[in-house]
Design a protein around this ligand. Sequence first.
Ligand code: F6P
Length: 366
Amino acid sequence: MALKRVMVLTGGGDCPGLNAVIRGIVKRASQENDWEVVGCIESFNGVLREPTEIQILDEKTVEGLQIQGGTILGTTNKGGPFAWPVKNPDGSWTTVDRSDEMIRKLSYLGIDAVINIGGDGSQRISLGLAQKGLKIVGVPKTIDNDLSMTDYTFGFQTAVQICTEAIDKLVTTAASHNRVFIMEVMGRDAGWIALHSAIAGGADVCIIPEIPYNIEKIKQKIEQRYNKRHGYCIIVVAEGAVPAGGSVTGTVTGEVGYQHIKLGGIAEQLAADLKASGVEHDIRCTILGHLQRGGTPIAFDRVLASEFGVRAMEFVLEGKFGQMVAYHHPDVVGIPLEEAVREQNLINPESRLVHTAKGLGIEFGD
Ligand code: F6P
């Protein structure tokens, strides 16, 4: 009997728990005797490239994989089937749509279904391919937790844990030196990592993209934290934060196929603005960067990722395509891809969690 074949891939920025999803898919598929799983290398690139880069994933390949950070399949947040970068004769770059060609190639490779593990950009690609008839299931991923149709994305809690442990460490050095510390964390459009870690770590100020900040408010909070020269202050700022009336801090990378502004630098900008506004205390900045995305997923994320992996494979078995698996406590449900990518999960400034933070005395700069 010919085996049916499901292809799994990971797209966008890596995230703790990707491997646990892959393991869940393979483990569940191996309980059937008519399915095999193949992995596509570096998002859809493995199919788009010649020679093709796909590999068989069996139970042996995924043994113990729930512990491992990153993704064994590799990933990319550049290009893709709808915007494949091509170099012009004059050295400049353009993009071409290779989606139809890719769908034909998947059929030639005997791929019956695809599971795409990725964030909003990747799920938009899933939607485009589903609209062209590809049998595809999406699995939501992002440390930023900015997908609206799932209670949580895996990787987020691991990132929060890493940031909280970093605040715990900064508190001791800040207190010893009577310093202001500004810790910059990830969060392009949504400040979930900053908000959760600020509460868990006992920070004094939390600056998030959803609440533009006023430098004077932050200065006042810093002064409250000092008795003349003794005291310290911990500020957590999301990379996508903006001053009231201002814009995000970042650079254009020039990397081929990279469609984002590379955010970063808001901590240094804030330090300079605080100094300019008259803050006399020492200020130091810590930028956690990709430390938040690396390493082993915590238990919560291993469980969530495993739930997503098993459920995504069940969707394939049940023929439920064009959907993204989503966590709606205590269930894992299916959300049509159109709805899944419609809006982002941003922090409501009036939400209970922001009130809790304010109740703890955390200043948002609003
Ligand atoms: O989307 C997740 C994220 O971690 C963002 O918070 C961040 O801006 C981006 O990825 C950075 O990705 P990279 O450096 O891999 O391009």
